[in-house]
Design a protein around this ligand. Structure first.
Ligand code: SF4
Ligand code: SF4
Length: 157
C-alpha cells in the first residue's frame, strides 16, 4: 500500500465484505512479513471473512483508506469489490493531489460507472494514474488546468 496515501479522519463506513486492498495492492518487504507482497496476490493473513489479525494488524493496514472508504459521498456501488476499481488518493511531490486507480475486475474501466469514478477523481486531482487489469499504465490529467492547483507555496516547492 502506498506510503503517500492521504489519510483523513476515520470514516463511519465499513469495508466489509470488501478485502480488495489486501489482494490487489503491492506491499514492500518488511511491512507484512519478511518478503514483499506483489499486487494481485492475497496477503498471507487474509482469511475467508477478512483479516485474521484484524485487532493487531499492521498500522499500515489500520490507517489505510481507499478513496471509497475515505469519501462518504461516494456511493456504495463504487466500493472496490462492487465497482471493480480500487482508487487511492495520493500527493505528488510539490503537494499536488493525485489518484491511482487499479482495475481489479476486467472491463470495469469501460463501464459507465467506471467512467463516472474516473471523472470524480479527475475533478479533484491534478492527475490520475490508471493500472488496468493487464498491468498497463496510463495517465489522465485532472479537469482543472494545472496552474489552478499551483498556489505560490506549491509552485515554490
Ligand atoms: S479496498 Fe477500500 S473498502 Fe476495500 S477493504 Fe480496502 S480500504 Fe476497505
Ligand atoms: S494484514 Fe490483514 S489488513 Fe493487512 S493486508 Fe493482510 S489481511 Fe489485509
Amino acid at each position: 500500500m502506498p506510503i503517500l496515501n492521504i489519510v483523513p479522519a476515520r470514516p463511519a463506513r465499513q469495508c466489509t465484505p470488501c478485502t480488495a486492498c489486501c489482494v490487489y495492492l503491492p506491499v514492500p518487504a518488511g511491512l507484512l512479513g519478511p518478503g514483499a507482497k506483489p499486487a494481485g496476490v492475497p496477503c498471507p493473513h487474509l482469511g475467508a471473512t477478512g483479516c485474521r489479525y484484524h485487532m493487531c494488524r499492521p498500522s499500515l493496514c489500520a490507517h489505510f483508506l481507499c478513496a471509497w472508504l475515505a469519501d462518504a459521498t461516494w456511493p456504495e456501488a463504487w466500493r472496490p469489490d462492487l465497482s471493480g476499481l480500487l482508487a487511492l488518493r495520493e500527493w505528488l511531490s510539490g503537494g499536488l493531489p493525485a489518484a491511482l486507480v487499479y482495475e481489479i475486475q476486467p472491463g470495469a474501466l469501460r463501464l459507465p460507472q467506471g467512467a463516472r469514478i474516473l471523472d470524480a477523481l479527475r475533478e479533484t486531482t491534478a492527475a490520475v494514474v490508471i493500472v488496468d487489469c493487464r498491468q498497463q499504465r496510463r495517465r489522465l490529467l485532472g479537469t482543472k488546468r494545472l496552474a489552478e492547483w499551483l498556489t505560490p507555496e506549491r509552485a515554490a516547492a
